[in-house]
Write a protein that binds this ligand. Structure first.
Ligand SMILES: Cc1cc2nc3c(=O)[nH]c(=O)nc-3n(C[C@H](O)[C@H](O)[C@H](O)COP(=O)(O)OP(=O)(O)OC[C@H]3O[C@@H](n4cnc5c(N)ncnc54)[C@H](O)[C@@H]3O)c2cc1C
Length: 394
């Protein structure tokens, strides 16, 4: 069977489903191909930060298990602890099976054709379109959006330059006793410094806790860090613990992000936040941007290519560049981190909370007056002797 569409989206995570939703709404003939059948478990904290909720015009209320208006951020070896509060949720807690299913259903209701249990196996690009071979049929489209996650088969098959940094992260779904659930009710907790170059987190869900650790260094075994963390939280003896591991791309591909009528979005492009590892925001943002470039470019190769490259260069890419610079300070400069938290900890945590909430961007934090750059530069602090070179803007 040979099916023909305007656009084929590979993968129905947040990037793929929102792209398909936007295209279908605009009347574009779009199909989503997905190797799994949704709803399915996905290794993820399921924390949807405020900036995502703000950017997403799809109703998610029924999949939000808990709203956290308080964030607790600790710097562990030093024993600093800071708490921030907001009127609107800083992080909304979901389980990805339901969250992803809601986004895919919205795309389907808008008119997208969905092929599940259908894995992409081959792809070839031509002057007038793209051919896709899947486990169930072959298909053709004028464009393909690669939203197939961190291990993207599409990017590998078409030979896109990589250059991403894929860091390990581990997630435990813990059926905790009620007193522990009460302790974390409405609070998202981040323990920086639990690993020398990473952090641990507790995200409260309706009836359990999602507890995770990540390291900014590749190839680290996180299992012992996780065991110690569970013990510290008082979850060591809990009998029902499910453990899952995966990778997060904290540096984008070298690009190009659109080539041969194929647009890369989300983790396939390497668009997770380098400071927090949070990837859903930029997955959704890039999915929507890819769709908009196709719509504005009227499915014409040159116009679409220019529109997508321009919009990424003006928005996500500079944000990630500055995020990487901040992440280097946070995870790879322990003396400056310790100095900065001791002196300005509350302001730093308020700043990170603003970014998560979507009220400020990393660019605004660094380049506006009273910026982080000033806070993080220990003028006259001869002990540290550290002067971070400012990142390039744009
Ligand atoms: C332990 C852990 C915790 C995390 N916690 C958070 C968090 O709390 N908040 C947050 O924002 N981010 C978090 N992230 C990151 C987040 O999970 C990802 O950044 C996000 O899922 C990226 O979305 P995506 O749509 O690009 O890709 P994905 O969500 O990975 O979706 C890709 C889809 O493509 C499908 N697919 C893959 N290959 C094929 C193929 N060949 N053919 C057809 N379909 C295919 C997959 O089945 C999948 O459905 C976490 C990551 C990890 C590892």
């Amino acid at each position: 069977m040979n099916l023909t569409y305007d656009v084929i989206v590979v993968g129905s995570g947040p990037a793929g489903s929102t792209a398909a939703w936007r295209l279908a709404k605009a009347g574009v003939a779009v199909a989503v191909i997905e190797k799994a059948v949704l709803p399915r478990y996905k290794t993820c904290g399921g924390g949807i930060v405020g900036r995502t909720i703000r950017a997403l015009p799809i109703d998610l209320r029924h999949v939000i298990e808990q709203e956290c208006r308080t964030a607790q951020m600790n710097l562990l070896p030093e024993g600093h602890s800071f708490t921030t509060h907001r009127r609107t949720p800083i992080v909304s807690m979901t389980m990805r099976d339901q969250f992803d299913f809601t986004l895919l259903s919205a795309a389907q209701e808008a008119g997208a054709v969905v092929h599940q249990r259908c894995a992409l196996e081959g792809i070839s690009s031509h002057d007038d379109g793209v051919e896709v071979a899947t486990t169930s049929s072959s298909m053709k489209a004028r464009f393909v959006i690669a939203a197939d996650g961190a291990l993207s088969t599409v990017a590998r098959k078409i030979g896109t330059a990589d250059g991403r940094i894929l860091i390990p992260a581990l997630e435990c779904e813990v059926t905790a006793p009620q007193d522990l659930l009460d302790t974390f009710h409405g609070v998202s907790r981040f323990d920086f410094g639990w690993l020398s170059d990473g952090y641990a987190w507790v995200f409260p869900k309706r009836r359990h806790l999602s507890i995770g650790v990540l390291s900014m260094t590749r190839g680290k075994d996180l299992k012992s860090s996780m065991t110690r963390y569970l013990d510290r939280l008082g979850c060591g003896s809990v009998s029902r613990i499910e453990q899952h591991g995966f990778v997060i791309p904290v540096r984008p591909r070298r690009g190009p992000f659109i080539d041969k009528r194929i647009l890369l979005v989300g983790d396939a492009a390497g668009f997770a936040d380098p400071v927090t590892g949070e990837g859903i925001s930029f997955a959704i943002q890039s999915g929507l941007m890819a769709a908009q470039a196709l719509i504005d470019g009227q499915l014409t190769e040159k116009s679409v290519r220019q529109a997508y490259a321009r919009t990424l260069a003006e928005t996500i890419l500079p944000e990630l560049r500055i995020g990487r610079w901040l992440a280097r300070l946070l995870y790879h400069a322990p003396r400056i981190r310790s100095w900065a938290f001791a002196r300005h900890g509350q302001r730093l945590c308020e700043a990170v909370t603003d970014v998560m909430s979507g009220t400020r961007t990393y660019r605004e934090l660094v380049f506006r007056p009273q910026s982080l750059l000033r806070l993080l530069t220990p003028h006259g602090d001869t002990k540290s002797g550290y002067q971070p070179a400012p990142p390039h803007d744009g």
